[in-house]
Design a protein. Sequence first.
Length: 305
Amino acid sequence: MTKTTGENMTGADVLAGRFEEHREHLKAVAYRMLGSFTEAEDAVQEAWLKLGRTDADDIRNLGGWLTTVVGRVCLDMLRSRTTRREDPLDDTYVPDPVITPLSRIDPEQEVLQADSVGLALLVVLETLEPAERLAFVLHDMFAVPFDDIAAIVEKSPAATRQLASRARRRVKGATPSAEPDLGQQRQVVDAFLSAARGGDFEALLAVLHPDVLLRTDSGALVGGAAASKLVRGAKPVAEQALLFRQFAQFAELVLVNGTVGMVNVSEGQLLSVMGITIVDGRITEMQILADPERLARLGLPGAQG
């Protein structure tokens, strides 16, 4: 509808302002649903477009309404991905990482990072059915009532509760309780990096869990030794660390989705991002995003710790 008066423009500005108040929350919902910044932005934009086609005066709870709209958009986007799950490279997919500087470690910073969702958890969420993921994310992470979620997935509240329950069991079984202390995390990551730089195979084995999992997502265009892969076991993962030890000199410690990880930056170019999961003083999972196209879209030419 064409805006012709100052009053109408003011009304549009007010609505836009109300939407902006919820934008960061909506992006958080969409990111956890999709694991992709670009898709999350698209989902939030679609919610804004839908709001523009709706009489906002009839919406009693704008935040709740927008959350359910974003959830429905994300569900449709997830369902459209189903054919991609037939691709064997799916097992190596690493979601977009959230990278923040590691300038210091103190209690206040730990509190600020407490709500972050780790890459390992996002990888597990990728294995869920779309409706399961929606129910788990909206209810367990954002406390959306099952009655509201049921309307999105077109199931009864009881069936929706079962979706979340199944997802919760899978998530719990695949994501053991990780080390929460950033100082302890940094000690372990420092030890790994020192061993890799020094070519110390035994020191690498000491810091890796016997069943450690290394997931590398290099995209479809990278081949050879640097291609996407899954590697399990301390010895094979240590061998990979030594194979690429020349890149360890470019490593910088950062926070990756709220836990201590690293980026490799050479001459201002971001080469890779590594998310690390630590349990009982040893590394249990390493998630590496090294897809040049996706790294470029992150908009991070470098990182400073």
